[in-house]
Design a protein around this ligand. Sequence first.
Ligand SMILES: Nc1ncnc2c1ncn2[C@@H]1O[C@H](COP(=O)(O)OP(=O)(O)O)[C@@H](O)[C@H]1O
Ligand SMILES: Cc1cn([C@H]2C[C@H](O)[C@@H](COP(=O)(O)O)O2)c(=O)[nH]c1=O
Ligand SMILES: [Zn+2]
Length: 191
Amino acid sequence: MAKLYFYYASMNAGKSTNLLQADFNYRERGMRTLLFTAAIDDRFAAGTITSRIGLEAPAIAFDAGTDIGACVVRQHGEDAISCVLVDEAQFLTSAQVDQLAHICDVVGIPVLAYGLRTDFQGALFPGSARLLALADSLVEIKSVCGCGRKATMNLRVDGNGRAIAEGQQTEIGGNDRYVALCRRHFCEALG
Ligand SMILES: Nc1ncnc2c1ncn2[C@@H]1O[C@H](COP(=O)(O)OP(=O)(O)O)[C@@H](O)[C@H]1O
Ligand SMILES: Cc1cn([C@H]2C[C@H](O)[C@@H](COP(=O)(O)O)O2)c(=O)[nH]c1=O
Ligand SMILES: [Zn+2]
C-alpha cells in the first residue's frame, strides 16, 4: 500500500537534500518521479528544487490554485510514476494535502512531502498542520542549535540579526533571514 510521508524539520536541516537523494534513488533504478515545489519560493530558479549543498532538479511549481491530484493523474496516465516528491510542503493548502492522500490511497503512488513544521512565531503552517494530521509516517530531519540541542524552531531576523516577532506568516528568505534554534534559545530571543 502506498504511503504519505511527511519529512519535517527546521530550516537548513537538509530537507531539500534528502528529497533530491530520494528522487535520485528512484531514478537511478529506472523509475519515474514527479517533483513539486512552491512557486512562491523564488530564492532559486523558478521550478527548481535547490539544496544548499548544491544539488538541484527541475520541479513543477505549485501555488494555492494548483490541482496537484489532477496533475499527477494526468502524468501517470501518460507514463507510470513511481513516486511523487513535494518540497516546501508547508505552503500546500489543506485541500492539496488531501489530494496527496488521494494519490496514495486511490492512485497507489507513494508521496514524500518535505517541509517546515512551524513558522517564525512557532505556529503550524496550514500545509504542515494537515500533513501532521493525515500522513502515514512522520519523520523528523534533525539539525542542531548553536548550544548543541536539537534545532526545532525558526527565528526570523532582520538585516542586523535582531529577532522579529511580528509579521506575515510567509516571507521568503534563507540563512540571511532565518536562524534555526532550539526551543529554549528561540523563546529567549523573542523575549
Ligand atoms: N558544502 C556543504 N557540505 C556539506 N553540507 C552542507 C554544505 N553546504 C550546506 N550544507 C548543509 O546542508 C544543510 C542544508 O541543506 P538544505 O537541503 O538546503 O536544507 P533545507 O532544505 O532543510 O533548508 C545544512 O545542514 C548545511 O549544514
Ligand atoms: C520560518 C518561516 C519560513 N518561511 C519561508 C522561508 C523560506 O523561503 C522557506 C523555507 O525554506 P527551507 O530552507 O527550504 O526550509 O519558508 C516563511 O515564509 N515563514 C516562516 O515563518
Ligand atoms: Zn539552543
